[in-house]
Design a protein around this ligand. Structure first.
Ligand SMILES: [Zn+2]
Length: 160
């Protein structure tokens, strides 16, 4: 029987299809792992967005990963409460996002200034001199910014 630690190590291989550099553990969406028998398991996740198309892909990828590692029955269930917020993203995940070229969430949802006051440092040159171009970037979870220093546009993973 696999330990929870071993299963968490497997889940580290399951990534967010929208941001492939982030695992579902980096995102902080895995709520629980329930080992029912030696080859039967339930993984409980909280969706990042209700109706986010990435979630069905994530559930599928969880099943593929665990089936490939000896589980016969894999159930992925969702809990909607408490709702996922960007506060659940790991510090490691935020670093990975920045390296990937996406500015990570800059504030917690509890201490969230007005969007207009948010300073989002450029992930490419670290300049704080950036401006919001569009509230919606490549996906609804992201906003599009441009750096006034290196002039590169970049995505910002919005706090929500
Ligand atoms: Zn820059």
């Amino acid at each position: 029987m696999k330990s929870k630690e071993e299963i968490f190590a497997l889940l580290q291989n399951v990534t967010d299809p929208e941001v492939p550099v982030l695992s579902i553990l980096d995102l902080g969406i895995v709520r629980d792992i329930i080992l029912k028998t030696t080859d039967e398991i339930e993984v409980v996740i909280t969706p990042t967005y209700s109706g986010c198309p990435a979630m069905s892909m994530i559930a599928f990828n969880i099943k593929m990963e665990l089936v490939a590692n000896g589980f016969k029955t894999v159930t992925v269930s969702e809990v909607l409460s408490p709702a996922w917020t960007t506060d659940w993203m790991s510090e490691e995940g935020k670093k990975k996002l920045n390296i990937y070229g996406i500015a990570p969430p800059q504030y917690t949802t509890l201490h969230h200034p007005n969007e207009i006051d948010v300073i989002v440092p450029c992930p490419l040159c670290n300049s704080a001199d950036t401006k919001l171009i569009s509230q919606f970037g490549s996906t609804a979870c992201k906003a599009l910014y441009q750096c006034n220093h290196c002039l590169e546009p970049f995505d910002y993973f919005k706090c929500h």
